[in-house]
Ligand binder design. Sequence first.
Ligand code: GDP
Length: 472
Amino acid sequence: MNNLVQKGTTICAPATQGGGAIAIIRISGPDSIDIVKNIFKPADNQIDILNAKGYSLIFGTLYSHDEFLDEVIISLFRAPLSYTGEDMVEISCHASHYIREKIIELLITSGAVPANPGEFTMRAFMNGKMDLSQAEAVADIIASDSEAAHRLAATQLRGGFSAEIEKLRQELLHFAALVELELDFSEEDVEFADRFRMTETIIRIKILVDTLASSFRLGNAIKKGIPVVIAGRPNVGKSSLLNVLLQEERAIVSDIPGTTRDTVEEVIHLGGLSFRFIDTAGLRKEEVEDKVEAEGIGRTISKLSQAAVVLAVTEATDSSDEIIAFYKSVKNIQAAPGSKIIAVINKTDLLTTGQTGGLRETITESGGFVPLFVSARESVGIEDLKQHLIRSVDTEELKSPQLIVTNARHLHSLINVSASLERALDGFRNGIPTELIATDIRQAIYYLGEITGKITGDEILGDIFKNFCIGK
Ligand code: GDP
């Protein structure tokens, strides 16, 4: 079908990267067991791996040209009961770089070929073990770093999302069949499908498709980390605030060996979600800003359009008018639809309790919003701020993870489905001939099929799997 899968071959690749005690090498294809037999001797010499049943675990020794290489356990799978649907062996060896390389070399000399990125999962897709959206979820579940991201990927991996798409596709297929039946009998001028009910059904499906498409904003934010921007004039304490928010996170992260913070954006994990602070580099350097920038808004405009949550930070020594004006200006420029603003007043340690109360009252009455009072210096109100961040995400939607789109490719297909259905509806309204309407419905079915891989071109497949790691 394509050259992304090396047809008929047996592939091998390490499935684990980096350190750890144990590494896994994966082998898949018709000659997997034969190839492994060449280099592996079971500890129990009664065992012949060529006759071993699927799901056997066998302890033994790997040899490189009769020389001991490692003690390993092999997991043996028989087609079709394996990840790829082919015969497979997984070798669990010690995680030395040398041992891993040597095993791969031995497997290749014995007839295996190195796997392409994602080729194991691609074979699983080709052999009907999973559909395309499930295959994509394999990469997502590996990358998921919060409970919510994991839940979305897991639902997709287990076919929840595909099932929703398939339901819609089946409904449209049924529909297209009726319309086409009519075309077959066009001479006799019969109507198998009631026009009114047809329109109703298409409208209902289109609403569902549009709802799915609009869930992408949340789905993508959850998958990649919810983008947060801290906006405010210089010196209100934006970076101090970021630092207190990150403090506990740093403590956790720096305990994990080999993690570097330099390359990652600042991320905090709260309530099963990850929040990604964008453009924090700008907060860290000395800010030399001109008059417009001194308003704390100019530089922020482009950032705001990327944010799902904006922390609009002012300081307690500002007047209530200044605080309200800043909040409103952020509200006015904020471009991203559905995003939330949290008004944060920092440096409350500089006010008495009475002054804080007065300021709160004035702002609530005249500004029409309730600000959060914090002190980054004294770590006051930070817990409250975290709770506000969590609540800023629509968790109601998350209760139906199967209805959340996390993948840009799926979004693109859904937009095309919606446009095709809109054309079909227009057709009905304007009395366009049935065969043209049938074409639009066929188009919608086609685009839905793209999502689960009922319809795929090599280009789509190549695009998806090139982002996979080797060994997946
Ligand atoms: P940024 O320019 O908005 O990022 O502000 P910084 O975080 O660099 O803080 C500016 C100044 O305000 C520094 O001198 C901080 O020590 C001080 N500052 C920050 N947060 C607080 C706070 O909660 N209370 C007080 N009194 N000072 C603070």
